[in-house]
Design a protein around this ligand. Structure first.
Ligand SMILES: NC(=O)c1ccc[n+]([C@@H]2O[C@H](COP(=O)([O-])OP(=O)(O)OC[C@H]3O[C@@H](n4cnc5c(N)ncnc54)[C@H](O)[C@@H]3O)[C@@H](O)[C@H]2O)c1
Length: 316
């Protein structure tokens, strides 16, 4: 039987993710849900009508859900669930300002996912990302490797875009890496950044690289500032959809994701941005990269910063 993927939350992030997943044409069904009556059904109808033009057979199913889990039967048997439900930032807000309100939403969603799609791999997107990923694991009680979060792919993509633009080279020739948290303790890994295999440090002065790192760290806020309402969704949905695809195809692709780290890099017991091999069961393994001493120190610092915040989410 073909695969089924659900996207919870039919806002900007969720609807663009559903569209990308449908256009891959590798799933039987993409289910899109939301609490706003008719919104997911309307978007699904619209996406289905693009099938003859884009040429995909995947069916998109929209489903409004209620406060007591009404409608969640639609997600039954999903292989993958992407959780995008929750408020986005407004200009001037940090991701942590969303903690209280989004924790309630993500807990409710995760409990229904556990009930109706007990075998799914869960990809969390809602912010603050590292905390919401930890909360989704607690609320589902799924094995830790079956719950992961999207952040690193986006941060890395932003960094690569800025490098490509600065050097006027194709993005395909650029490799960058960011680890750590999705926020203030994002850890860029310049030692792993290359252009056509050449170290970035040989192509750009240190101050310029630092400028691009700062712009990457503030990449989300820069978009929020321009949009004024809502946050980025084209690059973020591309990242979440690629992660879901790696799970669906059991590809083993090594991607920067928010994963449960237990011993790697000498760090234990925390959801953190690392590179991981992704397959049908979620995270097959965390892949350790060679880091310089200062990069490793920054990663350990990021782990401690998110650890203390993640410890609190169990009570939210
Ligand atoms: N991880 C990342 O890299 C990243 C990047 C961008 C945005 N985000 C986050 O993704 C989330 C969604 O962003 P967006 O731009 O789509 O926002 P949005 O406001 O466009 O959409 C959010 C949707 O969630 C729905 N929702 C609220 N409560 C729900 C519930 N209990 N069940 C189902 N749906 C519910 C809302 O009705 C709304 O349609 C935000 O928290 C945002 O901060 C994360």
């Amino acid at each position: 039987m073909g695969k089924k993927v659900t996207v919870v939350g039919a806002g900007f992030y969720g609807s663009t993710t559903a569209q990308r997943l449908a256009e891959y044409d590798i799933f039987d069904t993409v289910v899109l849900t939301d609490i706003v009556d008719g919104k997911p059904e309307g978007l699904a109808l619209d996406m289905n009508q693009s099938r003859p033009i884009e040429g995909f057979e995947t069916k998109v199913v929209g489903q409004t859900t209620g406060p007591n889990g009404e409608g969640y039967e639609a997600i039954e048997g999903s292989d993958i669930v992407v959780i995008t439900a929750g408020l986005p930032r407004k200009p001037g807000m940090s991701r942590m300002d969303l903690l209280g309100v989004n924790a309630k939403i993500v807990r409710q969603v995760a409990e229904n996912v556990a009930k109706y799609a007990p075998n799914a791999v869960v990809i969390v997107v809602s912010n603050p990302l590292d905390e919401m990923t930890a909360l989704a694991q607690i609320a589902t009680q799924f094995p830790k490797q079956r719950v992961l979060g999207q952040a690193g792919m986006l941060d890395t993509a932003r960094f690569s875009h800025f490098v490509a633009e600065t050097l006027a080279v194709p993005v395909a020739s650029v490799r960058t890496l960011t680890l750590g948290s999705h926020g203030d303790t994002m850890v860029p890994v310049p030692s792993q950044c290359t252009v056509n295999g050449k170290p970035l440090s040989e192509l750009l002065p240190a101050e310029k690289i630092e400028e691009l790192v700062v712009r990457t760290r503030n990449g989300g806020a820069e978009v929020v500032g321009l949009l004024k309402t809502g946050s980025a969704y084209y690059a973020p949905s591309a990242a979440a959809a690629r992660m879901a695809r790696a799970v669906a195809e059991d590809s083993g692709a090594v991607l920067p994701v928010c994963a449960w780290v237990d011993g790697e890099y000498g760090i234990s017991g925390v959801y953190l941005g690392v590179e991981a091999a992704i397959g049908a069961d979620g995270v097959n393994r965390v892949v350790e990269t060679d880091l310089t001493e200062s990069e490793l120190a920054a990663l350990k610092e990021a782990a401690e910063a998110v650890r203390s915040k993640q410890a609190d989410v169990a009570n939210l």
